[in-house]
Design a protein. Sequence first.
Length: 297
Amino acid sequence: MISMTGFAARRGAGAGYSWTWDLRSVNGKGLDLRLRVPDWVDGLEAALRSELQKSVTRGNVSLTLKVTQDEGREDAAFRLNDTALSAALAALGRVEAAAMAAHVTLRQPTAADVLTLRGVIDASAQEMDTTPLREALLADFPALLADFHTMRGAEGRALATVLTAQLDRIADLTSEAQRECATRTATQAETLREAVARVLAATDVVDPARLAQELALLAVKTDVTEELDRLTAHVAAARSHVAEGQPAGRKLDFLMQEFMREANTLCSKAQSLALTRIGLDLKTVIDQMREQVQNVE
């Protein structure tokens, strides 16, 4: 069993850069991937999203990647065009000379001003090849994913232990309800005989067909055999899902609804304080189990 809750962090370096990963997830009805990765690394986000979709089926998953350039690395994105720079400086010199001749004072341009002039930065060099960096990042990502799955697996094993104990409790309460039903049957039979005797003593006219119909209806309304049988079947199905090692969150979530349906019906048909108490205990355990199931992938 795998939990939808997980976290992993990792540092790496290569291709003239260093980086930090942060991968975490919490429960969710479906798969929601949120990636915050450098958009200037061509094809990186699509590749990472594909890898996550292959290995995670449910949960709200967020991946954050921060990349920094190593000191001393030459970056082609800021290469100067020497010819354009010389022309720009010459033009500025002529402008300044003309201003002085006209007795006009100009503010001295800064280096930043010069860099903004068209052509000073070589536009053809601004496209940087990020392929080596992308390959280095994608080579490092599986280790992060492995740590992430290790934590989710550990959380899943803990969940399986809790769910197994809760299923044991539901099975015990179901058996207790079956024993109580056997005791209740004898008590109900005696109560029913007394009620019929009182009716017969109070009147001379009794419709046998109507009496038989009412007795049959009462027996159906108070019979919980089917509910207890279904609870037993649901426990067996849930144990199978917990042990099968496949994503079972949706299946278990559906079973929780069925568990609660049978427990509610048991309470409504109880006709005894002991059976009502068992039904309420069942609802408590089922509700606690449903909270745990929300974390199962």
